[in-house]
Design a protein around this ligand. Structure first.
Ligand SMILES: [Zn+2]
Length: 219
């Protein structure tokens, strides 16, 4: 079973959180197309996270797939399937993080604001501190923004038990989507491993999320 590289990156993260530079930003020369450490990372696009730095990934080590929230969307699955079956990765690392913007809105709120609902506009303006300007039209795409499940909190609110719970729910949902995808094997000789983490943007540390476990409540 794979996973030896993930453990090594967790060790690197401890050193990173202690102020040590574990990523070497230099051109390594010619390298093969397959990620050298057979790792694929799915992480949020948050500007406070540098994935190479916080895991000590070197150029050529891993695929890094990023989007708002680090959500396992259709496109993230597309990337993971290509990454595994064509480019030989077999360890998947999922990273959500504290103070994530995806905790601070709902899909319906953002859609209503974009479509011109004055109340939603005012709420989004208050939440973000920017002059939210509605587009006053509807769109079929994106179908979902994948805002995190649970009661919304203020943008960039400090870490709390409730925040950890909501982040853990989404990490587990992400693991589950991968583990249950018919084209991503998690058993047998071609199996991939999937582990999920919460990154603390204030301390630089990663905490692993237990799986299986709760994936959230409706209200
Ligand atoms: Zn985020």
């Amino acid at each position: 079973m794979a996973n030896n590289h993930t453990d090594k990156y967790l060790e690197n993260n401890k050193r990173y959180a202690n102020g040590e530079a574990v990523h070497t930003p230099s051109y390594p020369g010619e390298q093969p197309i397959n990620p050298d450490k057979n790792v694929a990372v799915v992480a949020c696009m948050d500007a406070r996270m540098n994935i190479e730095d916080l895991l000590g990934l070197q150029t050529g080590d891993a695929h890094i797939i990023r989007n708002a929230g680090g959500v396992v969307t259709d496109d993230a699955l597309r990337c993971l399937i290509i990454s595994h079956h064509l480019l030989n990765t077999d360890e998947i690392i999922l990273i959500h993080h504290t103070r994530c913007g995806m905790l601070a809105f709902t899909d319906e709120l953002l859609k209503a604001g974009l479509e011109g609902d004055p109340e939603a506009e005012a709420l989004l303006q208050k939440a973000t501190g920017r002059n939210f300007t509605s587009c006053n039209c509807s769109s079929g795409t994106p179908e979902q923004f994948h805002a995190f499940r649970g009661p919304i909190e203020a943008l960039d609110a400090p870490r709390s038990e409730k925040q950890d719970e909501r982040l853990s729910w989404d990490v587990r949902r992400s693991i589950s989507r991968i583990e249950n995808h018919p084209w991503i094997p998690t058993e047998g000789s071609d199996a991939v491993t999937v582990r999920g983490f919460i990154y603390d943007v204030d301390t630089g540390k990663l905490d692993e999320v237990s799986y299986p476990g709760p994936m959230g409540t409706f209200s």
